[in-house]
Design a protein around this ligand. Sequence first.
Ligand code: ATR
Length: 273
Amino acid sequence: MTDKYAVIGNPIGHTKSPYIHGSFAASTGQDIDYSAIEGSLDHFADDLHAFRSAGGRGMNVTAPFKLQAFALATERLERAQLAGATNALKFEGDRIVADNFDGLGLTNDIQRNLGFALKGARMLVLGAGGAVRGALLPFLEQQPAVLVLANRTQGKADDLARQFAAHGKVEGCAYGDLSGEEFDIVINGTSASLRGELPPLPVEALQGARLAYELAYGKGLTPFLRLAQNAGVPRLADGVGMLVEQAAEAFAWWRGVRPDTRAVIDRMTIPLV
Ligand code: ATR
């Protein structure tokens, strides 16, 4: 029998998840049906339970439901607990198991696909919202030399740094503190690019960097990537690889088979111009 999966979000019209999981299913020979559900903003729990009752085996969860889904889970794996949010659920009988593959997808993309080791790297991460929070444990597990979190509201970066201090060397700061600092890898985890805005990052913080990574996907050369390009950063990337890699982790968790991601990433890549 065909097993049912879905992604739930609101809005959901532009989701690429059915395409990605459909490609994985075809390449691995798995018999699954993967659909997109526009969740109700007021009745998310009803939508989740309706999908389970109809035989759903698992769900990806996207904005704005990652926190609500986390709260509804009956079991929360460590990555989801530390992120305080889930992007993937597995339904097993009465159990709703929550994990979070966003950060792992990002580290896999940076290390395996782009070829930059995080071990020993000086990392600068911009932003201290949900997207960054979800990436911190997978980053720190790779043992960077230091991970600096810069945020417009410095208190949020400081709070996150304190919460993750047991997992590695992580420091919070304001953008103004970055003058004169050098980094190997700079990651924009703010939502600024979604509105065509630029975090107030001193350009010196990009000089000497080997990789500038924009978490947003499909926005072309965002103001952050343009700044990095002008600063001479040799490698620019957006979040397409992260999107496909997190999907591959969820697929492997659900199906026990890890799909190859290269061809899907290549088909989905939009040139950074
Ligand atoms: P997400 O789930 O995408 O992480 P979020 O939790 O609302 O969204 O967090 C958005 C992040 O982008 C925050 O770190 C925010 O900075 P503040 O904490 O100071 O609000 C950051 N952000 C959004 N727009 C920004 C801008 N124009 N310049 C700098 N930072 C910005």
